[in-house]
Design a protein around this ligand. Structure first.
Ligand code: ADP
Length: 254
């Protein structure tokens, strides 16, 4: 990226134009670097499952037809990795579309009933209890329903994945600001202090080996953060390793 050299002694129109141009170039360069990083991260993440699929396919073709247990092991591994790749690709597409979005399609939503709907889905899937507590029977806000559902599912799904006991969802009006506060609380493995700042980064997992088993892609919290950005809210995580995690979301009324 070539920039126009600035002469600090001349403050004429041309210098002003040059500095505007340079700022524009900085922004283009920034977004170019981010895009390159995105492609490199995504390729890296997809390479691991592809390598495993390649290895097991080769094993299957050489020995799988002679030894049934090898055959079954290979088919199982190939299926698991294909599911993992599909999930990464889906979430990448979601993230790319959300990152480019400016105006969500907001509607008036009653949060208590809305959350119960999301929770019911996960209770069935995980066969675990999710305790929903709300200060009032009805809490209204304006939000994009698809994105709000996605946000709740990401946070509740994480709480379920990284804990073994019941989890809790609390809904209330924010005590100081005009908006709602959503808390997702678990008593699970927690997040080490050094990782807390990084969990919102794309593809960041606290321990990738541990999370491969639970099928995590490291994209959920990046998507969640972008959904919050679109609603001008805030998201914060308080966590203690081996004790538990609390995710606190604030969404303003308008
Ligand atoms: P993933 O799909 O891997 O869960 P996320 O972006 O949602 O990706 O989360 C990033 C990482 O943060 C996870 O891989 C996990 O290590 C950590 N994490 C997120 N939520 C929790 C939680 N409730 N308890 C413990 N660790 C968590």
């Amino acid at each position: 990226f070539r920039k126009i050299p600035l002469n600090p002694n001349t403050k004429d129109e041309l210098t002003a134009m040059a500095s505007t141009f340079n700022r524009m170039m900085d922004r283009i360069e920034d977004s170019f670097i981010r895009q390159k990083q995105f492609v490199s991260d995504a390729s890296h993440e997809l390479k691991t499952p592809l390598t495993i699929i390649e290895g097991y396919s080769s094993m299957l073709s050489r020995w799988g037809w002679k030894d049934q247990s090898i055959g079954l092991e290979a088919v199982d591994a190939i299926y698991t990795e294909a599911v993992h790749m599909k999930r990464i690709t889906q979430q990448l597409l979601e993230l790319a579309s959300i990152e480019n979005e400016q105006e969500p399609a907001k509607e008036r939503i009653e949060l208590v009933a809305f959350s119960e709907g999301c929770v019911a889905l996960l209770r069935k899937l995980y066969k675990r209890n999710i305790d929903v507590q709300s200060v009032s029977n009805e809490l209204y806000l304006r939000a994009d329903p698809l994105k709000l559902k996605q946000l709740l599912l990401i946070l509740l799904d994480n709480a379920l994945k990284y804990s073994q006991t019941d989890i809790r969802l609390t809904l209330s009006e924010h005590p100081q600001q005009r908006g709602v506060e959503i808390r997702v609380i678990d008593k699970g493995i927690g997040i080490p202090k050094d990782d807390l700042d990084r969990v919102f980064e794309r593809f960041y997992r606290v321990d990738s080996a541990r999370n491969r088993k639970s099928g995590g892609s490291g994209l959920g919290l990046s998507i969640a953060r972008n959904i919050i950005r679109l609603h001008q809210g805030t998201i914060e995580i308080v966590s203690d390793e081996h004790i538990g995690t609390e995710v606190i979301v604030f969404i303003p009324y308008e």
